[in-house]
Design a protein around this ligand. Structure first.
Ligand SMILES: Cc1ncc(COP(=O)(O)O)c(C=O)c1O
Length: 426
């Protein structure tokens, strides 16, 4: 990075603790992961002190294109000559263009887009539209799922993230993911929407059966319930298809996108929906607005990002590298049967399953010590999430799997197994 903002890493940690979050500094120091991000490029980033890491998490897909993709940086630089965020009330060429390009790629008649800034805001938009369209109160989501920490999105998620913040919103029901009977019981004629992640990441990269997803779609149709598919992590190439719903041949009522849409440079998210649902905005097109939603600079970067990802060769390469990753993860798993169970994977979205939650927690640090940044799934700590940038090649897969081999070797020691056992109940 061209310039440092603090004289030392300790100064940066102290300022962050004093003015942003003491709790986060204490946590990361406690687990030995108190890195401060400095230079970043492609599939790697560096601590401000110069240690290099393979980014195997990509911030849930924000860095699908790697860090500072040169083409996207150039696009943004050029855009800065003439554009800014734009005026959210007015007609915008940049928003029209991106919406046109996006909906061309989306399935069926998902042809309309409301832009937002983050994933939670885009989920909130889908949920409130669903309630308005159906005039029904109930929202069904998956236990252990994650759709954001804003108002309605938070209400679909874990109690532990809602309970500290006062009275709960009524009408939200959670069912186990993957259980069609549970959907059929919960989704009744008073239900506005079912919201699901295409591949729940926080609950451990759970790749659903096609029959489940198709069954949910069918049951929603039967009961007049709208299906919101949260593709904030899975969308835009992550699973080897442009959108994960293509794997199951379903057309959701809403597809929510975020994270990777910005190329990691300027925040933007999108609530994409089937054209008939646009009637909610007919009486008053200003009934929903967002000042920075679909900022024009972000739209221009996203448009270029889409061009790159939508190239069939790009997606074919994601599938090929995904297969290489799958084979190598299987090989490392079979070398370490005491600590590793089995990988899960769809395209380049993978989860490494450890034998216990304690091992999963220790794995983040063990991988960090091997030069790989990866995090565990908060609602299934046995699983390390692996979302390499989509631009990763065989070299990065090798880098990851050698580090995993090293990390698994460390975790097999009696000391580490003891520590893991102590963490299991935490
Ligand atoms: C699947 C999914 N949906 C929604 C969100 C919320 O996105 P944001 O943090 O941009 O509000 C996230 C964030 O991690 C996510 O992973």
């Amino acid at each position: 990075m061209a310039s440092r903002l603090y004289a030392s890493r300790d100064d940066a940690l102290a300022a962050f603790a004093a003015h942003v979050s003491q709790g986060k500094v204490d946590f990361f120091k406690g687990v030995g992961l108190d890195l401060v991000m400095g230079r970043r490029e492609g599939c790697h980033f560096w601590d401000v002190d110069g240690r290099r890491f393979l980014n195997a998490h990509s911030n849930g897909g924000v860095f699908n294109m790697g860090h500072r993709h040169p083409d996207l940086v150039a696009t943004l630089r050029r855009a800065l000559d003439d554009w800014d965020v734009g005026n959210h009330h007015l007609i915008s060429e940049a928003r029209a263009r991106l919406a046109e390009d996006l909906t061309e790629l989306l399935p069926g008649d998902v042809d309309k887009v409301v832009f937002a800034v983050g994933g939670g805001e885009a989920v909130d938009t889908a949920l409130k539209m669903a309630r308005g369209l159906t005039q029904r109160p109930k929202i069904v989501s998956a236990q252990g799922g994650y759709h954001g920490h804003t108002g309605l999105a938070m209400a679909t998620g874990d109690p532990k993230y809602r309970d500290p913040f006062g009275p709960q919103l009524p009408g939200f029901v959670q069912v186990p993911f993957g259980d069609l009977d549970a959907i059929e019981r919960a989704v009744t004629q008073d239900c506005a929407a079912v919201i699901l992640e295409a591949v729940p990441a926080t609950s451990g990269i759970v790749v659903p059966e096609a029959e489940y997803m198709r069954g949910v779609r069918e049951h929603c149709d039967k009961t007049g319930t709208l299906l919101i598919l949260d593709e904030v992590q899975t969308g835009l190439g992550r699973t080897g298809r442009m959108f994960a719903c293509e794997h199951w041949g379903i057309v959701p009522d809403f597809v929510v996108l975020g994270k990777g849409l910005s190329g990691g440079l300027v925040p933007i998210s999108a609530t994409c929906y089937r054209t008939p649902h646009d009637r909610i905005f007919t009486p008053d097109p200003f009934v929903h607005i967002s000042t920075f939603g679909g900022a024009e600079l972000a739209c221009l970067v996203s448009q270029r990002m889409l061009e790159i990802v939508a190239d069939p060769e790009f997606l074919a390469r994601v599938r090929r590298i995904g297969d290489v990753l799958g084979r190598e993860l299987d090989a490392v798993t079979s070398e370490h049967p005491e600590v590793l169970v089995a990988p899960r994977r769809l395209g380049l979205m993978a989860g490494i399953e450890w034998a216990s939650p304690g091992l999963g927690m220790l794995a983040s640090k063990a991988l960090f010590d091997e030069g790989v940044f990866a995090v565990y799934s908060n609602n299934d700590r046995r699983v390390t999430q692996i979302l390499l940038p989509l631009i990763a090649g065989e070299a990065e897969v090798d880098e990851l799997t050698s580090a995993l081999d090293g990390a698994a070797g460390r975790l097999e020691s009696a000391d580490m197994l003891g520590m893991a056992a102590a963490l299991d109940g935490v």
